[in-house]
Design a protein around this ligand. Structure first.
Ligand code: SF4
Length: 468
């Protein structure tokens, strides 16, 4: 399929809100303290003690990795139709293998009877345990979806080191996580291969990979900000992670370090282990002494996922000197793509968990993600609708990660063909693969809305050009 030019450009005016009440506020804030759901409601965990629950080792050993293990936890609360649906998805569509820590599973259907219908409808289940009937059958993938949709691998300057923005790099230390999310944008690299995706493999020994990163950063003083990620840094043995961070802190030109870990929410027990807390304190003290901003970035998509244990893990990181804990969620249909869901989550993050609502990313254009993705106009609407409720500094930006461009606020597009769902974006810097491209800053870069959200004429256009 070749890239198209819009025939007609439709203004990006705010669409009419779906259901705005005629009196009162569209969103009513009420404080809602966090609660740890009772894990003994699941037959498989009826006898699990608090001590076991709060042990990182128990959580890791009891992660749910397959349908048999899920059945062992849920018992007959969920019937066979669900498990068959899950098996069908794993065989035909799943881009990530299954890995759900008990902590995360326990936030599904947290405060109502667990039934098949309730489990199907649960927002956390919808992205952590996707099933075949969740996916679209007309357009499961956008024609322009790709495995490495952000071209991070193309921009590697050393194994696992993506240099996309002028002053920032992404350091992927490893390719595993304590949990695997169905919508993972790094599905090309992260996790085990699935029947439909043969994963890219890191080939260097970790020690050589880390050396290569440090060498590059020492040689490039224009890079001041390192996102230390993966995968999830919670899977790097602490000793190795601390050594890497201390080496980064010795580079005088590095001024920001951000640790990316969804496990702060998915496996908070990891970040509460005494050796990890003590190690984090050593790193935070060194960062503070050297004037470096050390932060943790986590990934929470729904208020249900926030429990007192998550808040304790975040608060502990702040107590030992991490400067900030921030959230980067992903906007997904069926999970959180309403202003109420986003505001509930942001108030729980900001008011109860000590985590700054920072970004919501639009779900990237990876294969089999169309049922999750929202169109740009919908993201713009959500950004509009969440303004004015939270403190300004805690009002998250909703961003589109445009291939070959990077993050753009969703209102920053330059042109938008609403009929075919194509938005056009520009950029103000060159990525590492465009240093000699004279035109890089003059081009327009395209992003595509999910086809099922287009008007009929737009859907017909894509159907007619399906095989171009
Ligand atoms: S934790 Fe992050 S890197 Fe790991 S599977 Fe989830 S989204 Fe991907």
């Amino acid at each position: 399929m070749t890239q198209t030019q819009p025939v007609e450009t439709i203004p990006t005016a705010r669409p009419t809100p779906a259901a705005v009440p005629t009196t009162g506020q569209p969103y009513e804030y009420r404080r809602a303290p966090l609660v740890e759901p009772d894990w003994t409601r699941f037959p498989g965990w009826r006898h699990v003690t608090r001590e076991q629950w709060e042990s990182a080792q128990w959580q890791r050993v009891n992660c749910v990795k397959n349908i048999k293990q899920l059945r062992a936890v849920l018992g007959d609360l969920v019937d066979d139709t669900f498990y068959d649906d899950l098996a069908a998805d794993q065989a035909t569509h799943a881009t990530m293998s299954m890995l759900v820590p008990p902590q995360m599973l326990n936030t599904m259907v947290p405060f109502a009877p667990v039934t098949t219908d309730a489990f199907y409808a649960d927002p956390v289940r919808r992205y952590m345990i996707p099933v075949a009937s969740d996916r679209r059958t007309d357009w499961p993938s956008h024609p322009y979806a790709t495995r490495d949709s952000l071209h991070e691998h193309d921009m590697w300057v050393a194994e696992g080191l993506t240099h996309r923005y002028p002053t920032k790099v992404l350091a992927e230390l490893l390719s595993t996580c304590p949990q695997y999310c169905g919508h993972c944008t790094r599905m090309d690299l992260v996790g085990n291969s699935t029947p439909t995706v043969d994963k890219l493999k890191l080939t260097l020994k970790p020690v050589d990979r880390y050396d290569a990163h440090i060498t590059y950063l020492k040689a490039h003083p224009g890079v001041r900000d390192v996102v230390v990620s993966g995968g999830d840094v919670a899977n790097v043995p602490w000793k190795n992670l601390e050594s890497y961070l201390m080496r980064l802190l010795e580079i005088e030109t590095i001024r920001d370090i951000r640790l990316a870990t969804k496990a702060l929410m998915g496996l908070p027990q990891h970040w509460l282990q005494p050796d990890v807390v003590e190690g984090l304190e050593r790193v935070a003290r060194t960062a503070a002494r050297r004037g470096v901003n050390l932060a943790i970035h986590t990934h929470v998509n729904h208020a249900q996922s926030l429990t007192p244990l998550v808040a304790r893990a975040a608060q502990t990181a702040l107590d030992v000197g991490v400067r900030d804990v921030r959230n980067q969620g992903v906007l997904m249909r069926g999970v959180n793509a309403t202003s109420k869901d986003l505001l509930d989550l942001c108030f729980a993050l900001q008011g109860e968990a000590g985590i700054l609502p920072y970004y919501f990313y639009m779900c990237d254009m990876i294969p089999n993600a169309e049922h999750w993705r929202v169109p740009v106009w919908h993201a713009q609407q959500l950004q509009h609708d969440i303004m004015g409720y939270l403190p300004g500094y805690a009002t998250p930006r909703i961003v589109c990660d445009v291939p070959f461009v990077g993050k753009r606020w969703v209102h920053m597009l330059t042109e938008y063909d609403r009929e075919r769902g194509i938005s056009y974006w520009t950029k103000n810097y060159r990525t590492s693969i465009e240093s000699a491209d004279l035109e890089a800053l003059n081009k327009r870069y395209a992003y595509y809305d999910p086809i099922d959200t287009l008007p009929e004429s737009g859907q017909a256009w894509w159907a007619a050009h399906r095989d171009d």
